[in-house]
Design a binder for this molecule. Structure first.
Ligand code: ARG
Length: 458
């Protein structure tokens, strides 16, 4: 007999039982569901809506069910449809009549909204925890590479010299925004929907604020229809996670490039690389590739959520049960990727000689050579042209700008002096970029100090 079987004359078709049941994936909401029910029952007892003894029996019973589930002693039933009805059924089997009073003034519609919000809050806390670990790791590594010169790129063409510390701190900023984005999202998730009932609230004198307080919510929902039909908090979480995956994916792409024989900027640890079944020499950056690949899967979760929600009328519709698998998948994938990425990143070996050599080729100091002439009084556009000619000359001769003789420099402009060699050295190029946010060691150091203070304040 179904919990809702009263008005039915026939059994549910076995195919439908299987089709609409969500217990195979929503079982993981059991902690939230039990905590929500304990708070609801406590409030019902306090308000005198159900007898205090029954409220106590319900809370005791639910705690027993929780420990049984955690001990692996519970087999959920497909017939009981979802986690909410499975637990209610277990409760009634356990404590009898009192269990049947739990659902007073509540619907599965506000119940599932509550569970998902609680689960989402928890997911945000876990994601932020992993992001903080990663940020810490990036800060520590960046601090060791304030003077590690490497080429900076635009269009994947060598552009200007930067440092590894500066490059890594760019990712720190992205991950910092990912943290604050999730924190902003948290505020909108942190709203308690119980009391909305199926859609139109309830006639019982519920104390919604009390339930919110018991469950650690900061506010209660303001409209019962919205409370049960809103899943934009799931979509917002999936958006935050998608952006986070996009950042991880870009970083992974760089590590794939950097670990190639052509770059040789990094060497991945054996523990985070894999081999080939046919080519004995291979050491592949599979972990980075897989994270890059999984970003597509998480974007898919976001699209699926948006699409499921876009055409459904108010209030609850069963379509909304489809929120869960995508939400869970986005959450699980992101948290796992953050953990694995952190392990991979913290075991990287940076080949700083190769990076320095890479910064030396490709005329990355051409802008600085032009700026040198500007400081000697030439308008920038003219300086640009002079250096362009020098670059062309160097390409023909197969030399770097810093390898020209003073006479050669002077054949392009009389403004060149002995100090040009110092001005176009890579270290000078970097050290002189001491604008705040720039690659100069002192600028990156200031950034790292501020970043540490921010991280510690979280
Ligand atoms: N398992 C359902 C879900 O996840 C719970 C809400 C069911 N409500 C209903 N009216 N059928 O959406």
């Amino acid at each position: 007999m179904k919990l809702w079987g009263g008005r039915f004359q026939k059994q549910t078709d076995a195919m439908v039982d299987d089709f609409h049941s969500s217990i195979s994936f929503d079982w993981r909401l059991y902690r939230q569901d039990i905590a929500g029910s304990i708070a609801h029952a406590t409030m019902l007892g306090e308000q005198g809506i159900i007898p205090q003894e029954d409220a106590q029996a319900i809370c005791q019973g639910l705690k027993g069910i929780l420990s049984d589930i955690e001990a692996g002693k519970v087999d959920f039933e497909i017939d009981a449809e979802d986690i909410h009805m499975n637990i209610e059924k277990l409760l009634t089997e356990r404590i009898g009549q009192a269990g049947k009073r739990l659902h007073t003034g509540r619907s599965r519609n506000d119940q599932v909204a509550l569970d998902m919000r609680m689960y989402c809050k928890d997911s945000i806390r876990q994601a932020v925890f992993e992001l903080k670990k990663l940020c810490q790791c990036i800060l520590d590594t960046a601090a060791q590479h304030l003077e590690t010169i490497m080429p900076g790129y635009t269009h994947l063409q060598k552009a200007q010299p930067i440092t590894l510390g500066h490059h890594l701190m760019a990712y720190f900023e992205m991950f910092k925004r990912d943290i604050t984005r999730l924190q902003d999202c948290y505020d909108r998730v942190d709203v308690m929907p119980l009391g909305a009932g199926a859609l139109a609230g309830t006639t019982y004198d519920l104390n919604r604020e009390r339930v919110a307080q018991l469950l650690g919510f900061s506010a209660i929902t303001a409209n019962s229809l919205d409370a049960v039909s809103d899943r934009d908090f799931c979509i917002e979480f999936a958006s935050c996670v998608s952006i986070g995956m996009m950042h991880l994916s870009r970083f992974c792409e760089e590590l794939v490039l950097w670990s190639s024989n052509e770059f040789q900027f990094v060497e991945m640890d054996d523990g985070f690389s894999t081999g080939s079944s046919i080519m004995p020499q291979k050491k592949n950056p599979d972990v980075a590739e897989l994270i890059r690949g999984k970003s597509g899967r998480v974007f898919g979760d976001l699209m699926a959520l948006l699409t499921a929600m876009k055409g459904i009328p108010l209030a609850y519709n069963k379509d909304m049960q489809e929120d869960k698998e995508n939400f869970f998948d986005a959450r699980d994938t992101y948290i796992k990727c953050l953990q694995v990425f952190c392990g991979m990143f913290s075991t990287l070996r940076f080949n700083t000689d190769r990076m320095h050599a890479g910064a030396g080729g490709g005329f990355t100091n051409a802008t600085d050579a032009a700026d040198y002439l500007v400081k000697k009084g030439l308008p920038f556009r003219e300086a640009h042209e002079v250096i362009g000619k020098i670059v062309f000359y160097c390409i023909e001769k197969g030399r770097a700008i810093s390898e020209l003789t003073l006479e050669e420099f002077r054949s392009f402009s009389p403004l060149f002096g002995e100090d040009v060699f110092e001005a176009v050295s890579l270290l000078t190029c970097v050290r002189e970029r001491k604008v705040s946010g720039g690659p100069a060691p002192q600028s990156v150091k200031a950034h790292i100090d501020a970043a540490r203070a921010w991280l510690d304040s979280l």
